[in-house]
Design a protein around this ligand. Structure first.
Ligand code: ADE
Ligand code: ZN
Length: 319
């Protein structure tokens, strides 16, 4: 039986498998510039974050209706449940859909048709985190938060994703302040491709409770000491880091050193349809490449629940 775990860094649009992409394209009359799923898979060779994002945004244009978002989320939930996921905190990128004319309501209600039934259908609890695209303007982020207001009963927090370098957290200070005033939880991608200073900014200027990736903290010993002292969780995504060339090979991934430094690390899949594995595949890959002990594997699973936004009485580990 797979280790029970929570998944805290998962972009729902990044779970769009080629087969579903072609099915939705046919349903919606969208023409994809690939002959078939095999030709599409051949495009999954990335040289950095941006080269991945180009394909990620292109492919998500097949998502148009509530039914599409529901089908996407149900496909993820079934795969995640089979990999031992008992709780998932799921990112979505509304700006990428709203820019194509898909209303916020369609996105949120479509996802909710699946997530609202995740406990009965898949034995999993779920939460939804809305991400701002950091390569869009601060004003666009503010408009997006405004558009989300009628749906805040479905959304527990905000995040920050897309192209990192050149788009420091400071740009989004105001919208994060507004999110905090609305009672939303705060996370942000930082230190994936961007420098350790972006991690510090995310903590100090955006008030994030958790850092997504945070990989490059290892370049700054004072920052590592702070993250350890303040028990700030990091949501690492090892297979993603290899595919996007943040690390050369998995055997050189700093996860083991990070655990040994006392960091509160979790392992997640990021965009599993693109990076060659769902969350248990990430656990197994780091175990094999880094020689993690059984106790370190259990620590990762324990950390995933500790770092989650579940209330204590909602903890699903023992179910
Ligand atoms: N959007 C989807 N996946 C992402 C990643 N790994 N980094 C930044 N933005 C993303
Ligand atoms: Zn991510």
């Amino acid at each position: 039986m797979p280790l029970p775990k929570a998944e805290l860094h998962l972009h729902i649009e990044g779970t769009l498998e080629p087969e579903l992409a072609f099915r939705l394209a046919a349903r919606n009359g969208v023409v994809l510039p690939y002959a078939d799923t095999e030709a599409l898979r051949e495009a999954y060779l990335f040289k950095d974050l941006q080269s991945f994002l180009n394909l990620y945004y292109e492919l998500m244009t097949v998502l148009r209706t509530e039914q599409d978002f529901e089908d996407l989320a149900n496909a993820y939930l079934a795969r995640a449940a089979a990999q031992g996921v008992r709780h998932a905190e799921i990112f979505f990128d509304p700006q990428a859909h709203i820019a194509r004319g898909v209303p916020m309501r369609t996105i949120v209600e479509g996802l909710w048709r699946a997530l609202g039934r995740s406990t009965e259908n898949h034995g999993m609890s779920t939460r939804l985190i809305m991400c701002f695209l950091r390569d869009e303007s601060a004003d666009s982020a503010l408009e997006t938060l405004e558009a989300a207001r009628p749906h805040l009963d479905r959304i527990i927090g905000v995040g920050l994703d897309s192209a990192e370098v050149g788009h420091p957290p400071a740009k989004f200070r105001e919208v994060y302040e507004m999110a905090a005033d609305l009672g939303l939880r705060r996370v942000a991608h930082a230190g994936e491709e961007g420098p350790p200073a972006y991690i510090t900014e995310a903590l100090d200027l955006l008030g994030v409770e958790r850092v997504d990736h945070g990989l490059r903290c290892m370049e700054d010993p004072d920052l590592v000491a702070r993250l350890v002292r303040e028990r700030i969780p990091l949501t690492l995504c090892p297979l993603s880091n290899v595919r996007l060339r943040a690390v050369d090979v998995l055997a050189e991934h700093p996860l083991r050193a990070m655990l040994e430094a006392g960091l509160l690390c979790t392992v997640n899949s990021d965009d599993p349809a693109y990076f060659g594995g769902y969350v248990a595949d990430n656990y197994h890959a780091v175990r094999d490449a880094l020689g993690l002990t059984k106790e370190q594997m259990r620590e990762l699973a324990r950390n995933s629940f500790r770092a989650s936004f579940l209330e204590d009485d909602e903890d699903l580990r023992s179910r």
